[in-house]
Design a protein. Structure first.
Length: 177
């Protein structure tokens, strides 16, 4: 079964995963005082580029929180593998684990397996980034099929600030075609 990639303006599906904090989190639903969510999909413990990217994300937590944006990082890793990687990152944001193959397909993620990674448990998602608003509508989407092609986080933060301050409408594919 082929799953289409989510497009800006679309409503994101309801999904819930366990977090390293012992709770569960709904993907695409902000928590606490934030009303938007930035969801960062990372490859997993086997990926040193992910560790660097998540550390860079950690440097953006305060400004994103001040903008009313909740941050959630997620991978297909097991709890133990996620804990091991996060012991290096020391994130100030929630980390969910256990993304299933079906969830990866539903999100339209590129999926790799043992031939594309060393020391992996099974299929894993390639990087992606989603920003959703308070209605769970997709505002920003970025998919990558390789670990080294990811959006610059400082630009994402500036873009999110712009969207929040100007209340820009979501660009829709083919709107002026």
């Amino acid at each position: 079964m082929t799953h289409p990639k989510p497009v800006p303006g679309s409503r994101m599906p309801d999904m819930t995963l366990p977090t390293l904090g012992g709770d569960t989190r709904a993907l695409f639903a902000a928590k606490d005082k934030q009303n938007w969510q930035l969801l960062v999909v990372y490859r997993g413990k086997h990926c040193p580029v992910c560790t660097i990217y998540l550390s860079e994300l950690n440097e953006q937590v305060k400004v994103l929180t001040d903008l009313g944006i909740d941050i959630l990082a997620v991978s297909a890793d097991s709890e133990d593998r996620a804990k091991a990687q996060m012991s290096e990152v020391k994130p100030d944001f929630d980390v969910a684990y256990g993304l299933t193959l079906e969830q990866m397909k539903t999100l339209g993620l590129y999926i790799s397996g043992p031939k594309n990674g060393v020391d992996v448990e099974g299929p894993f998602a390639e990087p992606a980034l989603f920003a959703v608003d308070d209605l769970q509508d997709l505002r920003i989407v970025d998919f990558s099929n390789v670990p080294f092609a990811r959006p610059d986080l400082s630009r994402i933060v500036r873009g999110l600030r712009f969207l929040r301050e100007r209340e820009e409408p979501v660009p829709v594919s083919g709107a002026y075609a």
